[in-house]
Design a protein around this ligand. Sequence first.
Ligand code: TYM
Length: 334
Amino acid sequence: PRRILSGIQASGALHLGNYLGALKRFTALQDQGAPCFLFVADLHAITVWQDPAVLTAQTREIAAAYIASGLDPAKSTIFPQSAVRAHSELAWILNCVARLGWLDRMTQFKEKSGKHKERASVGLYTYPVLQAADILLYKATEVPVGEDQKQHLELTRDIAAKFNTDFNAPGFFPPPEPLIQGPATRVMSLRDGAAKMSKSDPSDQSRINLTDDADTIAAKIRKSKTDMGVMPDPGESLDDRPEVRNLIAIYAALSDTTRDAVTAQFAGQGFGAFKPALADLAVAALAPVTAEMRRLMEDPAEIDRVLRDGAERATAIADPVVDEVKRIVGFWRG
Ligand code: TYM
């Protein structure tokens, strides 16, 4: 049976990349009838310093985004990672399965630790092992994520395979399938087609936040970087027009169509025609999500109820798995 799992870090504001690469796709999977487990990755968030009060607020905000983007708490299990103790417990055990050499290859650590890696937290280094624990704990079959998580998913599969062989438990952890699909698996900055849209970009103009109002969204798209050309013809290579390619991908993802269909529709037109159409589309898609997030954030009691209930349901699945892992590893059980 299918089991979908994914998480979003409780750090920084959500942006259009998170929405198109992750949130919108979770909803599509839920609506296909697949059981979905979606959590707020607060354990991952603290691998870099988080103000405690802000962390709590961010956790509720991500939960609100899950609900506002169309996830139904009656169908999908939405919970804070730290509220299910088994995540931390399995992560430790998997820390002893994963090899230093594997983690040394992780590009995200290299990017996030910057020039002074001796000052990075140990947690930041072992972050992908916690992610493997998140996934394997539920024996997830599919993990919908953006392109930037590909390497972490490959590591998860390696850890699963090594656990199964090390402990002679063939098939115990099934290899999860990464779902990196659709036109917007890597949404780029609006200012630089070579940089990923990200919460850590210092320029707010580089991204559309889920909390931006309609005017802000329209202005950011109007001012987004393009080039001297016009909209491409179908089949034209966009390899040296990354900004244009990005806007087309965003349009395609927002309107549930393909890049080719968008290109066919706008071929030969100027950006003066395309950008307002894109802005209208983005506002129409995001405004209801933003409004619902605002409404939910006004009364945290509803969000807290969802998170408590989700944590309980997740624990009921995770605890027996971690118990079984402890038995396999040979831990004493009285
Ligand atoms: P995070 O919080 O950075 O991002 C959440 C989701 O959004 C996707 N994403 C993007 N997709 C397209 N274009 C972009 N510019 C873009 N930026 C972000 C991410 O790929 C992700 O799907 N390590 C994870 C959280 C996590 C997790 C997990 C995910 C923890 N445990 C287990 C899956 C399974 C992260 O930091 O995502």
